[in-house]
Design a protein around this ligand. Structure first.
Ligand code: 3HC
Ligand code: NAI
Length: 690
């Protein structure tokens, strides 16, 4: 017996309970006593059957991720499963909550699996840059078939108990006290008598696998992997399970796992797993939270509509305010259209659509916001307009209501200082489309009350957002670093790179698209208007906008778009324009390689990240990574800009920045003191409690 694994008896059925909060991960201190318990029960003639269950909120959620990269302490998971499979009496996994990764693999080592109706089962290792390393790729297809196993393992998405039952992964689904049901199930099976076949010796699923269909699906999935190694390895491992004898496939799975676990990509993805959870932690976790029942959103444009949908999708009623009935109807119409698209794609039922639409209450009267507990404005990006809106909120909002702005750049301290309750003001910077994008930058202003902040961090999780708390500065974390990244793109064009060369360097790096493809998609006029308001210029982009080339929406931008096409083709007119502008400036075009493109765009971005840390705008380097991966498509296999800086080597980055500073004299290339210290120590010295 141990604190983490307890054995009890219900007549001749032994019940092994794993109790390792919070998620019953299979740490060494669980594996060791579990092995002893299994060996002892195997030889105990008074035991007719064994049930493995878990205490707390979930079945085993996987191997202990914190142990990866360290020497393995025996017994490892595979040894546990081998031992399970030597037990001649029936073994039953009783699954509630989630059986994930090594947890599901442990359950696959049992003869039978029973599940609570609300349970979810999956092998999400791919999301950590891994494949299931405890025999999951070899055993799962034996129950559910090769194609279904391929889909589950390559996507990493868990399935519900009912689907698992239909697929043959689970033998029975129960409601009510699962352990009691599992014990009765085990006793009944034992009474009927064996022999009981371990999953490794079953071939139900394998027989029905059509290898041609499998290969077609695997090829499709590989195309979508975008440079990630794990999905390809997952597909290979499942194919081995279908085509090779069990032991050979298992050995191949192990070899692939060992390669992946030592790879930079997996280290990066594991870093992001913990970074996302850290980012949501505030000092003083017991800070009380304010009650949030109804949300107010001001402005039903691009952002306001999406923000309202994000809350309605999370189950919150929303009051949506516009300046006129016409603008309101337009906004509500767009929301309805968006839900209709989801219905037509099959991701939402007609019923759910009706329920969500019923959450909205439109209004043109500020007095209607008096019943809201959190009000978010998403009106035009103009300080005078924002202040006017906050002045009205000051007059009508209930005491203690949280007043938030979705501003991209404006000074939230100034907005807060313009009303009588600055303690209730903060920034909620959503990303477009706000109902889809996971990231939420929560901006803490100078006077924001801790309970207001704690409330929105909690609320963000409830509506499925990944929250990062940041401080006030121009552009906060994401847009400020984006500006640093963008500053050299124009210069590279003028010096001889084409838009498609630059975009290709980005997509080869792993970004979903490059800066010019992104600009064309978002609309070049947005940046143009922004620059004009701030007295800035970008000669190529400005000229394109003057010619009415706003990107995809006008069919022409940096690229040309055939009617309805989303992918652009290079436009000789744009290339001629770039050459003319370069000639006007006396710049002689030269060949520019991908390495230079990456150095001159991404290194300044990391440099800006270092300044953000120095100024304590972000609390941790990993928070910056969370922003960039979830808000801007930074490749997950590289772990975010600050993690990637570690891979790239701080010393190299400083040396190249200094080189470009000497060449250009531009401030973006002047290494920040913190970056220089990181180059010496190899790590970002940040104090998360600051
Ligand atoms: N190992 C170590 N710690 C883990 C963990 C794991 N497998 N899973 C979760 N944790 C930790 C989290 O870091 C967090 O710690 P914190 O409180 O100190 O921040 C805590 O447990 C609670 O986690 P969440 O905040 O994520 O809790 P939720 O209730 O929101 O979600 C969950 C629960 C769905 C189980 C989610 O934690 C999850 O998806 N976990 C990872 C599951 C996974 O990837 N399993 C596969 C692991 S790899 C593996 O098994 C390899 C094998 O094939 C050999
Ligand atoms: P938008 O122009 O699409 O929508 C603004 C809406 O606000 C319009 O429908 C307008 O009628 C309404 N409005 C203006 N003044 C109002 C008032 N006093 N009361 C009620 N409604 C009013 O603008 P968009 O793009 O939605 O931007 C809104 C805010 O969100 C800006 O601050 C912007 O910087 C920020 N933002 C924009 C992002 C984007 O990608 N578009 C991303 C993140 C933030």
């Amino acid at each position: 017996m141990s604190d983490f694994v307890k054995v009890s008896r219900d007549g001749d059925v032994a019940i092994v309970i794993i109790d390792n909060p919070p998620v019953n991960a299979l740490s060494f201190h669980v594996r060791d006593p579990l092995m002893h318990a299994l060996v002892s029960l195997r030889g105990d003639v008074s035991v007719a059957a064994i049930v493995i269950a878990c205490a707390g909120r979930t079945f085993v959620a996987g191997a202990d991720i914190t142990e990866f990269g360290k020497p393995v302490q025996q017994p490892d998971l595979r040894a546990l499963i081998v031992t399970l499979e030597t037990i001649a009496k029936p073994t039953v996994a009783a699954i509630h909550g989630t059986a994930l990764g090594g947890g599901l693999e442990l359950a696959l080592g049992c003869h039978f699996r029973v599940a609570d109706a609300g349970a979810r089962l999956g092998l999400p290792e791919v999301k950590l840059g891994l494949l299931p390393g405890g025999g999951g790729t070899v055993r799962l297809p034996r129950l559910v078939g090769g194609v279904k196993a391929l889909r589950m393992i390559v996507s990493g998405t868990p399935i519900g108990a009912a689907e698992a039952h239909a697929a043959g992964l689970v033998d029975a689904v129960f409601e009510g006290d699962l352990t009691t049901h599992a014990v009765n199930f085990a006793r009944e099976i034992a009474r009927k008598g064996g022999p009981f076949t371990p999953v490794r010796d079953r071939d139900d699923g394998l027989k029905e696998t059509d290898l041609r269909a499998f290969d077609a699906e695997a090829a499709d999935l590989a195309r979508k992997a975008r440079g990630l190694e794990a999905p390809i390895a997952c597909a290979q491992a499942v194919r081995n399970a279908v085509t090779l004898p069990f032991d050979e496939a298992l050995a191949a799975e192990r070899a692939l796992f060992v390669t992946l676990v030592g790879s930079d990509q997996s280290r990066a993805q594991r870093h992001l797993f913990f970074a996302e959870r850290e980012a949501a932690k505030l000092p003083g976790k017991d800070t009380p939270k304010r009650r949030i029942a109804r949300i107010g959103v001001i402005g039903a444009g691009t952002m306001g509509g999406g923000i309202a949908m994000a809350f309605a999708n999370g189950g919150y009623p929303v009051t949506l305010l516009e300046t006129s009935g016409e603008a309101l109807q337009r906004g509500l119409g767009t929301i309805e259209k968006n839900y209709a698209v989801s219905v037509s794609r099959g991701s939402l039922t007609e019923d759910a659509k009706r329920q969500r639409l019923a959450q909205f209450k439109g209004s043109t009267d500020h007095a209607d916001l008096a019943e809201c507990d959190l009000i978010i404005e998403a009106v035009f990006e103009d300080m005078a307009v924002k202040k006017e809106v906050f002045g009205k909120l000051d007059a009508v909002a209930k005491p203690g209501a949280i007043l938030a702005t979705n501003t991209s750049y404006l000074d939230i301290n100034e907005i807060a200082g313009s009303i009588s309750r600055p303690q209730d003001v903060l920034g909620l910077h959503f990303f477009s489309p706000a109902n889809v994008m996971k990231l939420l930058e929560i901006v803490r202003a100078e006077k924001t009350a801790p309970d207001a902040l704690a409330t929105v961090v909690d609320l963000a999780r409830r509506i499925g957002k990944v929250a990062v708390v940041v401080g006030v500065c121009h552009g906060f974390v994401g847009n400020r670093m984006l500006a640093a990244r963008g500053s050299e793109s124009e210069a590279l064009l003028l010096e001889g790179a084409t838009p498609s060369q630059i975009d290709k360097a980005f997509t080869d790096f792993g970004w979903p698209m490059g800066p010019f493809q992104m600009g064309d998609l978002a609309g070049l006029d947005i940046g143009w208007r922004n620059r004009k308001a701030r007295g800035l210029t970008a000669v190529i982009a400005d000229t394109l906008c003057e010619q009415g080339r706003f990107g995809q929406k006008t069919g022409r931008g940096f690229y040309l778009y055939e009617a309805g096409a989303r992918a652009g083709v290079p436009d000789p007119e744009v290339e001629a324009l770039i050459r003319d502008k370069a000639a006007e400036r006396g710049i002689e075009p030269r060949a520019i390689g991908a390495e230079e493109i990456i150095e001159r765009t991404l290194y300044p971005m990391i440099n800006e990240g270092a300044k953000i840390l120095e100024e304590k705008i972000a609390a941790r380097a990993s928070d910056i990574d969370v922003v960039w991966v979830n808000g801007y498509g930074f490749p997950i296999g590289k772990g975010g800009p600050m993690f990637w800086a570690g891979l790239e080597g701080g010393a190299r980055i400083v040396e190249r920045l200094e080189h470009w500073f000497r060449q250009t004299g531009k401030d973006v290339f002047k290494p920040a003191p913190l970056l220089k210290r990181m180059a010496e120590t190899g790590s970002w010295e940040t104090d998360a409690t600051a």
